[in-house]
Design a protein around this ligand. Structure first.
Ligand code: PLP
Length: 410
């Protein structure tokens, strides 16, 4: 069930203050979600959520997450620079990248970030670029078959990420030669998973491997990183995850594997689950057209929100002021790109749509603005934060033609 915690009066007030299209993020919702997550894992004294920066890389949002006690999961030089600007302590930065350039590893080491290696060969690169720290994380690809409903990650063996279980031991032995004494294990096996045992399955896999590797190498398992991929209910018929139960499932698996031992920290890197439901793309209907189908044309395009065009992803849409009106019309809701997949919804039941209507596209607080691009010279829009007491703050201005031309060389 998409998030309906904000009244239409909120969207209407924001649209009086800022030109559409823009993203509206709800600070209160984000804080509440983090607090529920932390409560669900409070049984593990070392629990830490490293928010996946790529999902919503705005420093104003990241500051909220840091205030709530999260760390940051970064996957590129610029994401590391964001973490640096926010004075994130090194141990609260996870640097996870694949096909990792040496200079990015070196920068991560300079910040004292935790490093998550994707491949056996990365050990030598790390040794040369920045050096091997005391504890290093390895990303595992267990090669598990992934439920067919998962259209983002594909089958485990098709996924480009991580090393095979058999490669972990040689990687650890190589790290040990460079002085490492502890290790973490990381696996991300699904995306947008709505199964409440998803994270505990990762935990089971990682703990089993971790305990075997401790025996084999004499190194200490310091943490398991259950990663991201926990889902949100994009469709009206879907239910939100009960995060307390997710935490309980992980606790059971943890206690089964480790008995009384409590020193293995549990980490995760949720992105979508934390901010996804608390972001809204606020757009206006600027065109109507009736041909073979009925079209509602928006001032937003796939350059603001790519997920529907890229994955065929469903995002719930409602018209401000018409929530209770019967959804007895059918529309394709489109943007202005010269690209036929620039559609936010295809054959969607909605109330009668009129030019000037304010359309709210739900669940766009993760992998929304961040995936934007400039195709067709359509520029990315603004980001607005609704503070805890209801005031609005511009946290990123819309791009201008000057920005578009700024990278050209004479
Ligand atoms: C993308 C990503 C995440 C976050 O994914 P969500 O689906 O937003 O939870 C976490 N960890 C890694 C390594 C990622 O690539």
């Amino acid at each position: 069930m998409p998030n309906f915690t904000l009244d239409d009066s909120v969207f209407e007030a924001a649209a009086r203050q800022f030109p559409t299209p823009f993203y509206l993020y709800d600070a209160r919702g984000i804080r509440e979600t983090v607090r529920k997550l932390k409560a669900a894992f409070a049984w593990n004294p070392g629990f830490l959520e490293f928010y996946a920066v790529k999902a919503l890389p705005n420093p104003h949002i990241l500051s909220i997450l840091l205030e709530e006690g999260c760390g940051l999961d970064c996957s590129s030089l610029t994401e590391l620079m964001l973490a640096q600007r926010l004075n994130t302590p090194g141990e609260n930065i996870m640097f996870s990248a694949n096909a990792m350039p040496g200079e990015e590893l070196a920068f991560a080491r300079q910040l004292n970030a935790r490093v998550n290696l994707d491949d056996l060969h990365d050990v030598a690169t790390l040794a040369q670029c920045g050096g091997v720290p005391e504890t290093v994380s390895l990303r595992v690809n267990p090669g598990l078959a992934i439920p067919l409903t998962n259209d983002i990650m594909g089958d485990g063996k098709d996924a480009k990420f991580g090393m095979t279980p058999a490669q972990l031991r040689p990687a650890l032995e190589a790290l040990q030669c460079h002085g490492a004494a502890g290790f973490g294990l990381h696996a991300m096996t699904q995306s947008n998973a709505l199964d409440e045992t998803y994270l505990s399955q990762n935990a089971g896999t990682l703990l089993k491997l971790g305990l075997e590797l401790e025996q084999q190498t004499g190194m200490r398992l310091s943490y398991i990183n259950l990663s991201g991929g926990l889902g949100i209910p994009y469709y009206p018929h879907q239910q939100p995850m009960d995060i307390a139960r997710v935490g309980e499932h992980v606790r059971k698996v943890y206690e089964q594997a480790l008995g009384r031992r409590k020193d293995v920290r549990v980490f995760c890197e949720l992105g979508r689950f934390i901010t996804g439901p608390h972001g809204f793309l606020v757009t206006r209907v600027i065109h109507r057209k009736s041909t073979w189908r009925e079209y509602a044309g928006l001032d937003a395009s796939a350059s603001n929100l790519m997920r529907p065009a890229m994955y065929g992803a469903y995002h719930h849409i409602h018209i401000a002021g018409k929530r209770e009106v019967p959804h007895d019309q059918v529309y394709d809701v489109t943007g202005p790109l010269c690209e036929n997949n620039d559609k936010f919804a295809i054959q969607r039941g909605l109330p009668q749509v009129n030019i000037g209507d304010l359309l709210i596209i739900h669940d766009t607080g993760a992998h929304g603005h961040a995936m934007g691009y400039q195709y067709n010279g359509r520029l990315r829009g603004a980001e607005v934060l609704r503070g805890e007491y209801g005031s609005f703050r511009l946290i990123r201005r819309a791009e201008t033609p000057e920005d578009y031309f700024s990278t050209l060389v004479n």
